[in-house]
Design a protein around this ligand. Structure first.
Ligand code: FES
Ligand code: FE2
Length: 415
């Protein structure tokens, strides 16, 4: 980074509502460090799913800024998170992305912890050494009907419980604990994490960029500027949504929109939306990608339940599969986007589904989105870049993302 020092407080204070952010928010090292400290250090982040650690002793690791984290299922079946930092001299205890173990043995000097983080064994430490003072440090973890969220703060935002209470009935029917990860793909976007999130919060760009994704999406679901030509179509779409919601809700599938993206510390939004054509799934044919549905829904055409969280995730739940996305900033200019596709754990690859068909839409969409984010990032480095206006019809959720970010930063940074 070669920019002059930035005054983040001043930048936050002069943010113009309804406009994209000033360039330093996308590319200065100071803002990036503040983002890691205040946004990723103090909010609940989505990091994985229960099927990442299906059995006792299964673990996964994730790196958030300079903090290595370990997520593990203990002998009682509970999923826990720890700082993946040995209490001896700090080595990472688990060095692989995923694994399975009876106890956690540090590779350096073999200090050994049980799955609850208790230090069981440390050789040559003498009589006075107290193992109980050297447990692995816990990290807050919440399991939201199978979606795993962690928070690195000592005192995590308490309103996350509202998200848990609201979302559990929406997500639970899709039975995440009864799924397996059929595919996972990590891509690294050469762009700031906020551009990744902004891009996700609108479909203004979908018609022009996502031929595969838009097969199953209704154009009217993206938001439209009112006009004489589109009024009738919009009305019909809204009627259809109302009718489908009533039908799905009657079958025990909560569907109504809930939007608190910028009104809560743990901001989120959800809605179950009808899918076009066959209406079953986000596939190229809009038919189910997996013959074994996630549960006994009766009908596969239950639309797509979408769930968006601040600061770092979005998810789509259908009758036959689930796609989840987590965004992890790597640097001011680099962002990891991790996509997982989940299917019924009894589904057999090659018989009930193929990975190619299952992943076709979002593989294409992710790569198109990567291009869009990278182009925005390049443009934001130009001295001629200046914040531009969001569409009040198709970019309202982008505005909510930016609002949430600015307000959280203002509160946490202080004066
Ligand atoms: S650093 Fe882990 S045992 Fe020494
Ligand atoms: Fe996109």
């Amino acid at each position: 980074m070669s920019q002059a020092p930035v005054n983040i407080r001043e930048l936050l204070d002069r943010r113009k509502v309804g406009y994209s952010l000033e360039a330093p928010f996308y590319n200065s090292q100071e803002v990036f460090d503040a983002d890691m400290k205040h946004i990723f250090g103090k909010h609940w982040m989505y990091v994985g799913v229960e099927p990442d650690v299906p059995e006792a002793g299964d673990y996964m690791t994730v790196q958030i800024g300079n903090q290595p984290i370990l997520i593990i299922r203990d002998d009682d079946g509970e999923v826990r998170a720890f700082h993946n930092v040995c209490r001896h001299r700090g080595s990472r205890v688990c060095t692989h992305d995923k694994g399975s173990t009876g106890n956690l043995v540090c590779p350096y000097h073999q200090w050994t912890y049980n799955l609850e983080g208790k230090l069981l064994f440390a050789e040559h430490m003498g009589e006075d050494f107290d193992p109980s003072k050297h447990r692995l440090k816990p990290v807050h973890l919440k399991n939201v009907a199978g979606l795993l969220f962690i928070c690195l703060a000592d005192n995590p935002p308490e309103d996350f419980q509202e998200l848990v209470d609201t979302m559990t009935p929406y997500i639970a029917p899709h039975q995440i604990a009864n799924t397996k990860i059929a595919a996972q793909i990590d891509i690294i976007e050469e762009g700031n994490w906020k551009l990744t999130m902004e891009n996700n919060r609108e479909c203004y760009h979908c018609t022009g960029n996502h031929p595969e994704l838009t097969i199953s999406l209704y154009a009217y679901s993206y938001g439209f500027a009112p006009s004489a030509e589109t009024d009738e179509g919009m009305k019909q779409y809204e009627e259809m949504v109302k009718e489908r919601h009533a039908k799905w809700e009657a079958c025990g599938l909560p569907s109504a929109e809930v939007d608190c993206l910028d009104t809560k510390i743990s901001g989120f939004r959800t809605m179950r939306m009808p899918l076009d054509k066959e209406g079953q799934s986000q596939t190229l044919s809009t038919e189910s990608a997996c013959k074994k549905l996630l549960a006994d829904f009766g009908d596969a055409a239950i639309g797509g339940l979408s769930f968006w969280t601040q600061p770092n995730s979005w998810h789509h739940f259908m009758a036959d599969h689930i796609v989840t996305f987590s965004v992890i900033p790597l640097s001011a200019d680099k962002t990891l986007v991790r996509t997982k596709w989940l299917v019924n754990k009894d589904a057999v690859e090659g018989v009930d589904y193929t990975v190619e068909n299952l992943t076709a839409v979002w593989n294409a969409t992710n790569s198109q989105d990567r291009f869009l984010v990278e182009e925005s990032h390049k443009g934001s480095k130009s001295p001629e870049y200046q914040p531009g206006p969001y569409s009040p019809y198709t970019e309202t959720l982008v505005e909510k993302f930016s609002n949430w970010y600015i307000n959280r930063m203002k509160t946490l940074i202080g004066d």
